[in-house]
Every structure is written in C-alpha cells, then in structure tokens.
Design a protein around this ligand. Structure first.
Ligand SMILES: Cc1ncc(COP(=O)(O)O)c(C=O)c1O
Length: 463
C-alpha cells in the first residue's frame, strides 16, 4: 500500500520521519478526515478553544476529541462516545477510578492533602518501604518525583555524583521524557531537533531492535549491539551510566536475555552504572512489578512512573542501590510535590491492587489471549509484519509488501478503531501499541480485538 497521506514523509534517524516517534501525529490528513466525520459542533467549539489557549505542540494541541469521563477501561467523550482505552499514556494498569485507589486518595485528601518539604509523612515512608521490599538485590533507597522526566534527571545527577563522571551511553530511538536532560539521552529527532545544544557527553548507541538491526541480525539477535555498547565503554573509559528502556515502549522492542546479561557485565567491567527506565512498563505491565525481572539482572537504578500513580496522580520513583546513597550534601530532586501524600497513597493502593487482584498473572494472561488472536488475524492479514508481546504490552508492526513500514495503513487502522470505540497509540510511525488496562475482562478484551480485527481487515482490503 502506498504511503501517501500520513504526512510522515520526511527523513529522520534510521531513515524514518519525525513522526516515527513517541506517538501518532496530530496534524495529519487522516486526523482531519476523522474529525470531519466524527466531531460535532459542541466538541468542535471546545477543541477550537483548546487550540486558541494552549501553545501548539507536536503530539498534543491541536487535540483530537474532548473527554468528559474515565471509568474502568473506558473513556467517554463529550458526545457520549465510549472508547476502550488501550492507550492511557500507560498510567492505567488498575483502570480509571479504581475504587481502592480512589478511597486511598480521598482519605489522604481529607487528612493530609499536601506535605511540605522538611516534613515527611506515613504515606511516603510506607511507599518507600514497599517499593524497596519489592525490588530485588540491594535496590533499597528511593526518591520520588512528580513525573518520569524529573526522576530520570535525578538518576542522571546521582550517576554523576556517585561516579565522578558525567558521560552517558543511551539508545537511538529511545524516549526518556521531554525535559532538556531527558531529550539529551533520548534518541528521537522530534524532541531533539531545533533546540540548540543538548547535554555534553551523551553518546548514543543503536538500540536492540532485531528487525532494524544495524548488524543485520534479521530477527535472530546476536546481541552485537550489546558488544557495541561495551566497545564505547572501553574506548571512553569514563562513562557514568548506560541508560536504557528495559523494553522500548513505543514499538515494543523486547531484547533477548543475552542482551542484558552482556550489558550488565559490560557496565560492571567498565565501572558504569546501569540505569533502566521502566516508566511506562513497570508496575505490572509486563507481568512482573519490574520488567528487568524477565532478564535475570539487577540494575544500579530503576525509574518507575506513570501507572505508579494509579491513573490519578503524577508520581514517579527512582529506586537505587543503597551504596549510591552518596549525595546527602547536594540536592538531587527538590521537587515541590516530592513526598506527595496523595500520590503516595495512590501508589500504595495501586500496589495493593496488583497483589490483591492478581494483576501480574492477569497481565500475562491478557498478553497470551491477545497474541493468540493476533496470530490468527495475521494469517489472513499480511499487512501485519510482526507481533511482539511481553505481559499485557503488545506491538503490532504493519509493513508494506516490500517490507517498508506501512505508516499510512497504521494511521488508517487507528482511526478506524477510534471510530468504532477503541483507542490506542501508534509508535515509531507503523506499530500499533496496545496497552490495555489489566482490569479488563476476557469479554471486553474480545470486543476490543473484534474492533481491531475489523479495522485491520478493512484497511488491508484497500490494497
Ligand atoms: C520510557 C519513558 N520514559 C520517560 C517518560 C517520561 O515520563 P513523564 O511524561 O512522566 O515525564 C516516558 C513518557 O512517556 C516514557 O515513555
């Protein structure tokens, strides 16, 4: 299928366009078409006001639609249309308005809505104790922050202070947040271009991405990209940290076990810290509390965020090895909402849900059910080039008959699904990113897959 209307034509890193990034573009012709067909006058008026008052930016304003409610697995818009939400910015492992989370938040609101710095509070201490008890090895110190990018920033500062070095090695095509330090280690042109000098010493390596592997793995990973990281660490000799998304969330790149075994050994050999970013994929999404548990390694630091706040509160956590508690005389975070009583209450209730409702096992079961159905659809829809799954995170990669990314098809499938009540994100331009709430029932899951199948078949039939 020719890729003619997506507006995603310009070249970028890896020969891909700027839109091959974090999420689907908000100014494409396909979006305009969808809005013409589905947006009524009241919604249009709110969208116009949004566009008038907010600074415009890629992937955000102008917006698609106007929400009035979020509940369980559903979003409801101003016109009463309901979407099953497989997007949720990856905050919604426990679903929206989860009763346990809301009760905990209400209780904190009624007693201690804010905790000024200098004081601590029971919610924060309990959450710190809980997270460090869940984390393996000597990951037994934490710092909280109001967002993922800030927590990444704290990890970078701590790595500098602990090692006396400032350089990092991170991955092209990665995303670690939108702040200047986070985009310096991130690898997406959409965030890095036209902003002037980024942090010095931030080297980048090719990611473990078997289908686009620079070393020609061709789908059978040889982990040579891990050897390249080792090569950089050996050449530079003074790298503070290697920073990696354990599983790259945008297009669901799942490195083999061997990759992290080698990366861990390289970091140890060269005195670099290993920082894993699990902001969108930690807290149960992959079927484990921490995604690195799939790999038999323990990082020096791990960063959680998003779902930690139970789809209510912005909440992120840096968890570090105890031996890295070396910056007592300096400020690492100093965020106003650092020990948020409400955020910590929400996070504690979220962890309760994971445990009491068996959501880790449920994530694995959801992934298995979705993979089986998608494998069956793939036999009939050659547009699907690959399906990747870890826990309840799936990437459905759409490719043209010549193997090139089917970006326009991906957009068409997404807008077809939105029209029928299923929302998800498109990552790296051609990968349907499916991230369902872990509280979804089998029948709801089947209904969502029905919508997806319908749209895939329809778009594939267009040729
Ligand atoms: C892998 C990853 N790291 C970091 C971030 C940044 O988190 P936040 O938006 O809370 O700053 C994101 C957000 O999408 C992410 O996906």
């Amino acid at each position: 299928m020719a890729d003619t209307k997506s507006g995603n034509q310009g070249p970028g890193p890896r020969g891909l366009s700027d839109a091959s990034s974090e999420g689907d573009v908000n100014l494409s012709a396909r979006r305009a078409e969808w809005q013409t067909a589905h947006i009524g006058a009241d919604t249009a008026a709110v969208l116009a006001a949004d566009a008038k008052h907010f600074l415009h930016q890629s992937l955000s304003t102008p917006c698609l639609d106007v929400l009035v409610e979020a509940d369980g697995i559903y979003l409801t818009d101003l016109e009463g249309r309901r979407y099953i939400d497989f997007h949720g910015n990856n905050v919604h492992q426990v679903g929206y308005r989860n009763p346990r989370v809301l009760a905990a938040v209400r209780s904190a609101l009624d007693t201690l809505p804010f905790s000024p710095r200098r004081f601590t509070n029971r919610y924060a201490v309990d959450l710190a104790a809980r997270l460090t008890a869940l984390a393996p090895g000597d990951l037994d110190k934490v710092l909280f922050a109001p967002g993922g990018a800030e927590a990444i920033g704290m990890a970078l500062k701590l790595a500098r202070m602990a090692t006396g070095r400032h350089k990092t090695v991170s991955m092209w095509d990665s995303f670690h947040g939108a702040s200047l330090d986070a985009i310096s280690i991130g690898g997406e042109a959409l965030f890095r271009k036209n902003v002037g000098p980024l942090l010095p010493g931030t080297e980048h390596a090719p990611p473990c991405d078997p289908r686009a592997c620079l070393y020609g793995c061709g789908g059978t990973c040889t982990a040579r990209c891990a050897d390249y990281v080792d090569y950089i660490l050996g050449k530079e000799e003074d790298v503070a940290a290697v920073v990696i998304e354990t599983v790259r969330c945008t297009d669901v790149q799942i490195p083999p076990r061997e990759y992290y075994q080698r990366i861990r050994a390289s970091c140890d050999r060269h005195g670099a810290l290993l920082i894993l970013d699990e902001i969108p994929i930690g807290v149960g999404r992959t079927g484990r509390v921490f995604a690195f548990e799939h790999y038999g390694i323990v990082p020096d630091m791990v960063v959680l965020g998003k779902g930690l706040g139970g789809a209510v509160w912005p909440m992120a956590a840096l968890i570090a090895r105890g031996c890295l508690d070396v910056a007592g005389a300096q400020a690492l975070g100093h965020y106003t909402h650092e020990k948020s009583s409400i955020g910590c209450a929400a996070a504690l209730a979220t962890l309760d849900c994971l445990e009491a409702d068996g959501l880790l096992a449920r994530a694995t079961a959801i992934g298995a059910r979705m993979s089986a159905r998608l494998a069956e659809i793939r036999r009939r829809v050659p547009l699907i080039g690959d399906v990747r799954c870890i826990g309840a995170l799936l990437g459905v990669e759409l490719t043209q008959s010549d193997g090139r990314p089917a970006r326009d098809a991906a957009e068409r499938v997404m807008y077809g699904c939105l029209a029928n009540g299923l929302s998800f994100k498109v990552g790296q331009g051609n990968v349907l990113n499916l991230s369902p709430p872990l509280v979804i029932s089998d029948s709801e899951l089947d209904a969502a897959l029905e919508i997806l199948e319908h749209s895939l078949v329809e778009v594939a039939s267009l040729g």
